[in-house]
Write a protein that binds this ligand. Structure first.
Ligand SMILES: [Zn+2]
Ligand SMILES: [Zn+2]
Length: 290
């Protein structure tokens, strides 16, 4: 191809790219943590479903107290090398012009030792690191409804308040690529009262000011709350504050890799979003939401 033709072709591709959306899902689990299928089974299902980019993000739970019970559904600490090697092995095998495997991890944030945890993870070629809050102190937010039952509204609000304070801590660190399931404590329908309005606004401002993207996590639609994380009012406010967004299935099973994705895209548009983001080697790339 002559130089001029090449330039024309490249600019054509550039223009075309403005009108192409890559279907991505980055928050998913294998049996390295609490997923129900192997790495290979999850990748094969993602590829067959037509996703363009797919990543596993198994749970990395490393609290400062090594004896605490938090670890039960996280990846064994000694298996991180094996996890990364296995993901990269399948990446080599399955990546092609229509499908790319991304390497990720869902990391529980602990205020006492997050720096140490992140330092360890910097030795690996992750495309993205997700920050999550599944624990407030030693309280497991999304484990069982029974943990919430018996609380009065004041106690429920206090749990939400502490949860959002941890989310603000996450935003302030500026070391994560996006935040998981923004309003997770609603999972079992223990909703906060109107007293939380200011805490929520402060939290969304912190995400915005620290430029930390959120996800529209579709798994909530199939939980007791029957609503994605976050719900529409929160999502609208996030959009107003220009907090970048991804859509993820949080699949723990091969059959769920694109659960509720059409609904999620419609909801994101309804909230006002016109773009989504994706990641490559911890670099954020914006793309149109179509
Ligand atoms: Zn999670
Ligand atoms: Zn997850």
């Amino acid at each position: 191809m002559g130089e001029r033709a090449k330039q024309t072709f490249e600019s054509y591709i550039k223009t075309r790219k403005l009108f192409i959306m890559l279907l991505t899902s980055y928050h998913n689990h294998s049996d390295y943590s609490d997923g129900k299928a192997s790495v290979q089974q999850m990748y094969m299902a993602a590829k067959q479903s037509g996703l363009h980019e797919f990543g596993l993000s198994d749970h990395w739970i490393k609290p400062d107290d090594p004896d605490c019970a938090f670890r039960s559904w996280g990846m064994s600490w000694s298996r991180l090398d094996e996890y990364v090697e296995e993901c990269l092995k399948w990446k080599k095998e399955l990546d092609d012009e229509n499908f790319t495997i991304r390497l990720g991890l869902e990391v529980d944030h602990f205020s006492a030792n997050w720096e140490e945890n992140i330092k360890q993870l910097q030795n690996y070629p992750f495309d993205y690191i997700i920050a999550a809050v599944h624990f407030v102190g030693s309280f497991p937010i999304d484990h069982r409804a029974a943990d919430w039952e018996g609380m009065n509204q004041h106690e429920v609000d206090t749990m939400w308040r502490r949860y959002f304070a941890k989310v603000r801590d996450i935003a302030a660190t500026r070391v994560y690529d996006f935040l998981a399931h923004l309003d997770l404590p609603k999972k079992f329908n223990f909703h906060h009262s109107a007293a939380l309005t200011d805490d929520i606004e402060e939290t969304l401002q912190a995400l915005s000011q620290n430029d930390l993207p959120i996800e529209l996590n579709t798994a909530g639609w199939d939980k007791d709350c029957r609503s994605p994380y976050p719900d529409l009012p929160l999502l609208k406010r996030c959009c107003e504050l220009k907090i970048p967004l991804l859509i993820n299935a949080d699949a723990h099973h091969p059959a769920h890799v694109q659960n509720h994705f059409a609904e999620a895209r419609a909801l994101a548009k309804e909230a006002g979003y016109t773009q989504l983001c994706r990641f490559e080697k911890r670099r954020r790339i914006m793309q149109p939401l179509l």
